[in-house]
Design a protein around this ligand. Sequence first.
Ligand SMILES: Cc1cc2nc3c(=O)[nH]c(=O)nc-3n(C[C@H](O)[C@H](O)[C@H](O)COP(=O)(O)OP(=O)(O)OC[C@H]3O[C@@H](n4cnc5c(N)ncnc54)[C@H](O)[C@@H]3O)c2cc1C
Length: 457
Amino acid sequence: MTHAPRPIHVIGGGLAGSEAAWQIARRGVPAVLHEMRPLRSTAAHKTGGLAELVCSNSFRSDDAEGSAIGLLHAEMRRLGSLVIQVADAHKLPAGGALAVDREGFSAAVTAALEGDPLIDIRREEVLAPPADWDNAIIATGPLTSPALAEAIRALTGEDALAFFDAIAPIVHRDTIDFGIAWFQSRYDKAGPAGSGADYINCPLTRPQYEAFVDALLDGEKIAFRDFETTPYFDGCLPIEVMAERGRETLRHGPMKPFGLTNPRRPQEKHYAVAQLRQDNKLGTLFNMVGFQTKLKHGEQTRIFRSIPGLANAEFARLGGLHRNTFLNSPKLLDATLRLKAMPRLRFAGQITGCEGYVESAAIGLLAGRFAAADRCAERPLLPPPTTAHGALLGHITGGHVETIDSGPRSFQPMNVNFGLFPPLGGVGRGAKKQALCARALADLDAWIGAAVPHAAE
Ligand SMILES: Cc1cc2nc3c(=O)[nH]c(=O)nc-3n(C[C@H](O)[C@H](O)[C@H](O)COP(=O)(O)OP(=O)(O)OC[C@H]3O[C@@H](n4cnc5c(N)ncnc54)[C@H](O)[C@@H]3O)c2cc1C
C-alpha cells in the first residue's frame, strides 16, 4: 500500500504562499496553507482573500523582450504559475503594463486554491512553526505578524530589519473633472489589455507644479519615531520624500509630462502631468500613480485637490504608511531558500528580500517546487542564473556583496532587473535587453525539459 506524502505547511496566503501551495499540489504533494486573515489582519490588507494586492493593481510591464519584469511574467507562464494565469484572466487596460482587477484576481486565486483537493486552507495565525513540521515555507510577507516576526528573529539570531513604505490614494472616477483631464497612455502604448488611452492625465503649469511641490514639502506628515533614519521600500518612496530630493524630481518621475498630448491644447507642452490608472474592473476607481504618501489624511485631500482636474476629487482610499520586514537572506538562507540553521524551514516572497507582487510570487513558485522536491526525495533543480527566476534567486541567496564596513547592512529588497543577470558579451547596447531575454527563455525551456536534475549546493 502506498502512503500519501506528509503535507508541506505554507504559512501566509499572500502572493508567494498562494503560488507555493499551488506548485506543491501540482507535484501531487498535499499542502496546508495557513492564513491569518480575516481573523487577524495587517495594516495594509483589507479583505480575507488570498493573494490580496495591498497597493497598486499593476504587475508592471508585460514586455518580455525588453523588460526584466515582462520576462519574469513570460517565464512564470511557462512554469504554470497560478498567479500569472489568474492575472492574465483578470487584466485591465493599462498601457504596456499588466494590471488586474484586484477583487476578481484575489477571488479567483482563492477559488483555485479552495477547489484543489490537495490543498487544505486553515484560517489561523501561526505564532511560531511547530517542531513537528518537517517541511514548511514561511511566506508571511512584509507585514508578518509581530508574534511570528519575533519567533523568526529568535530563530535567525538577527535583527529582522523593519522599514517602511507608503500606499497611494485611490479616486472615484466620477469626481474627476474631464473638462480638464483626458484619457491617454504615454506614447499611446496599448499594452496587453489596453487601448492606448488608459490613464487619466491631469496637467500642471509651472506655477501650479511649484505650488504643489511647496505644499508637499510643507504638508503635515505622519509623525514617526526615528522616522528620518528609517529606510524605505525603494520602489515605493512617498511622493513628499521624492520632492525632498529635489524640486525637479517629480517632473522626471511620476509626474513626467513626456509622451502625453492634451487634446484641448495639442501645441502646448505641459510642465508636469499627474496620472491615474484604472484600479477596478468596473472602471469606477483610479489610483494616483506614484502618489504613495505619509502625509496626514486631511493634508492629502487638500494638497491632491490642488491638482487641476482633481478639485472635487473624492477618495475611495487615502495613502498610508506601513512597516516592512525582511531577512538578511544572503547570510541566512541556502541556495534553495532553506534556513541554514534549521533546514526544515524555507522562506518565500518579500520576506526573503525580493520586492514586488510578481517577484514575490516567483520566489513562492520556486520555494514550492524546492519543498515538493525535498518531500519526494529528489534534488531540487535550481533555475539557470541567466533566467529571471535564477537572477532573482541569486540576488537573494548569493549574488549580493555584503557590506565590509561597520555601517548598516547593505542587502535590500530588489525588483528583478537586468543588472542581476550575468552579462552578455558581443552584443551592442541597443540589442542587449532583447538578447538577455532571448537567452533567458531558451535557458528556461532547457531547464524545464532537463532530464538530469542539477544538484543544489
Ligand atoms: C503597504 C505596501 C505597499 C506595497 N505596494 C506594492 C505595490 O504597489 N506593488 C508591488 O509590486 N509590491 C508592493 N508591495 C510589496 C510586496 O511585494 C507586496 O507586499 C507582496 O504582497 C508581497 O508578497 P508576499 O506573499 O511576500 O506577502 P503578502 O502578499 O503580504 O502575504 C503574506 C500573507 O501572510 C499572512 N500572514 C502574516 N503573518 C502571518 C502569520 N503569523 N500566520 C498566518 N498568516 C500570516 C498575511 O495576512 C498575508 O496574507 C507593497 C508592500 C506593502 C507593505
